[in-house]
Design a protein around this ligand. Structure first.
Ligand code: PLP
Length: 445
């Protein structure tokens, strides 16, 4: 691909893109949520070229999936080698070395020095389904606690935990019974009403579980698991106060409840550590991962304390889950992450956060900048006084950025999220921030 990124040569969408869009509108489910008409042809590193030859700087990474960038040569080689050797075998009925090699690696790099077992699927939502089933089966309890704003996927079990937007649930009920949603502690919008300058209390959330939920509607001895994103993703890139996960760990331990961390979006090095929960040293009983694990090949994994998988043959499995090609891609991805890209995410995240620090002063519509590593959210507001979310401004900023060659997406009600591949360098960050800075100023006018 050419050197200069970004490079926009046609009006957007260009003529070739328009042909694809016309067919897409006719054939593809209208439930997909496209915010702008980007029609990709190929990707390389941090760049994506569209079907008209326009080149974009990708700060969305296929929604945090291409952790090692688009088509990393080492990952491509691993995929090609494996595709020429064994594409499929089905780990449900046969054995192959890659499945155990990846499981061994995951057991080694996930928090907790205890024996673990792994079950593979093809997506985040499937990995969550597996976690729910493990928790219910092992504890013989049926209730689950999840959080407002959470996104865990769209299959029925995961959807029952998801509480990000009503559109995701409307029309599909009744969902799984026994799920209770409690507030997620957002330091910028503290449920206790604290405002100055950033609340670090998680009182409303952890106290709510013990002092209200467990005394009124949810008998704790019926709760199988608490399911939580260590950093909330679709809900707005919300970094909870440092004590939050530990508070949940303590509640879980007090009542024999399992603690499940959904690191589908915040895991695999995105936050500058391999796992987001490592920032506060809290170890879950079950860790769920997917997005960044195989640089774009479909793979999800549920890693649990070994003794929790006390189910027998047939209780849970997936034909394609952990297929050899995805496993090969994952092993190569993890090698690269460990070798350099997790550290790069930490370094570049710090650099970007440093550059964004004064944006709430400089830009009247920037309410709050937050994040860890390369999981960064810029929340847009109507006024910094009221902190009222500004989804219209967010949409305009994202669309303008697209027209200037930068791919970003939204999350929460009015947050722009930055989730580039973990390979970015300073020059990419500088270009992205220049474009965003300009777009914000244009929208402010
Ligand atoms: N969990 C989290 C935290 C997510 O962000 C997502 C997807 O965005 C999922 C689960 C569901 O993953 P998938 O779309 O692969 O089913």
């Amino acid at each position: 691909m050419q050197e200069k990124v970004p490079s926009i040569k046609t009006p957007l969408p260009g003529p070739e893109a328009q042909k694809v869009l016309a067919l897409d509108h006719q054939l593809i489910s209208p439930s997909y949520t496209r915010e702008y008409p980007m029609v990709a042809k190929r990707g390389e590193g941090v760049a994506v070229e569209d079907v008209d030859g326009n080149v974009f700087l990708d700060f969305a990474a296929g929604i945090a999936v291409v952790s090692t960038g688009h088509c990393h040569p080492d990952v491509v080689r691993a995929i090609q080698r494996q595709a020429g050797t064994l594409i499929h075998m089905s780990g449900t009925d046969f054995y192959y070395p890659l499945l155990v090699q990846l499981a061994e690696k995951l057991a080694q790099i996930t928090p907790g020095k205890f024996p673990k077992r792994v079950v593979f699927g093809n997506s985040g939502t499937e990995a969550i389904e597996a976690a729910i089933k493990i928790a219910r089966y092992h504890t013989k309890r049926h209730r689950l606690i999840a959080f407002m704003g959470a996104f865990h996927g769209r299959t029925f079990g995961a959807l029952s935990l998801t509480a990000s937007k009503t559109v995701q649930r409307r029309g599909f009920g009744p969902l799984l019974p026994g799920v209770a949603h409690v507030p997620y502690p957002d330091p910028y919008r503290c449920p206790a009403g604290h405002r100055a300058p950033e609340c670090v209390c998680d009182c409303v959330c952890t106290e709510f579980i013990e002092k209200q939920l467990f005394r009124t509607t949810v008998p704790p001895d019926e709760v199988a698991a608490i399911v939580v994103e260590p950093i909330q993703g679709e809900g707005g890139y919300i970094v909870p106060p440092p004590s939050f996960l530990d508070g949940l760990r303590q509640i879980a331990d007090r009542y024999g409840i399992l603690l499940i961390f959904d690191e589908v979006q915040c895991g695999m090095g995105r936050t500058g550590k391999m796992w987001a929960c490592e920032h506060c040293g809290v170890v879950p009983d079950i860790l769920v991962m997917a997005k960044g694990i195989a640089s774009g090949l479909p793979l999800g994994a549920t890693v649990a304390r070994a003794e929790l998988m006390d189910w027998g043959p047939g209780a849970h499995a997936s034909t394609f889950g952990g297929n050899p090609v995805a496993c090969a891609a994952a092993l190569e991805t993890i090698r690269l992450l460990e070798e350099k890209y997790v550290a790069n995410a930490a370094r570049m995240g710090e650099y970007i956060m440093g550059r964004l620090a004064d944006w709430p002063h400089k830009h009247p519509i920037v309410g709050h900048v937050r994040g860890r590593g390369l999981m960064i959210g810029i929340e847009l507001v109507k006024s910094q006084e009221t902190r009222e979310p500004n989804p219209e401004a967010r949409h305009k900023v994202i669309e303008k950025a697209f027209h200037q060659g930068l791919l970003v997406l939204g999350c929460g009600e009015s947050t722009v999220r930055l989730m580039p591949p973990l390979i970015i360098e300073r020059e990419h960050a500088d270009i992205a921030l220049e474009i965003l800075d300009r777009c914000l100023s244009e929208v402010e006018k």
